[in-house]
Design a protein around this ligand. Structure first.
Ligand code: NI
Length: 170
């Protein structure tokens, strides 16, 4: 297993929609292992392949990533097929959006359908934190960042701050 480099805003690859996985083979399993290791090392509660520059519809997540056992879940080609209600996810953050957090409006309840790592159909309902993580990671697969879901004013503020940060680093 190896830790992958996580792309950060404004890398244009983060805006590219990912392609569906057509065959679940050892290459995909390798990607999944690397993504999980990268997520725990970051640390984060979810990671989409897009964030590692891999153009495949794969996400890994673990709402309890800070606990000792590393019991992550995988979703291949996930799709939100039902959604209802709204909730505010407080202080949402993203490994690809350094040094910024914001409240984001999300659906309260979703039903997600896709495949597990063995290619078996997987469908479940999520609420609360899990629902927010899944919406966030599935957004990544569609080339959407959480800063695309906040007010234009806040987004501009972040973009300016990030520009300055990158300039200072160079
Ligand atoms: Ni993210």
């Amino acid at each position: 297993m190896s830790v992958l480099e996580i792309l950060t805003y404004p890398d244009p690859l983060l805006n590219e929609p990912a392609k569906p996985v057509e065959s679940i083979n050892s290459r995909i399993h390798r990607v999944i292992d690397d993504m999980a290791e990268t997520m725990y090392q970051a640390p984060g509660v979810g990671l989409a392949a897009t964030q590692a520059g891999i153009n495949k519809c794969v996400i890994v997540f673990d709402p309890e990533a800070d606990s000792e056992k590393q019991d992550f879940q995988v979703f291949i080609n996930p799709k939100i097929i039902e959604f209802s209600g709204t909730t505010i996810s407080e202080n949402e953050g993203c490994l690809s959006v350094p040094d910024f957090r914001s409240d984001v409006e999300r659906f309260e309840r979703i039903v997600v359908e896709g495949l597990d790592m063995h290619g078996k159909n997987l469908k479940f309902e999520a609420t609360g934190l899990l629902s927010v993580i899944l919406q966030h990671e599935i957004d990544h697969l569609n080339g959407i960042l959480f800063i695309d879901r906040i007010s234009a004013l806040k987004r501009q503020m972040y973009k300016r701050k990030r520009k300055k940060q990158l300039k200072d680093e160079s």
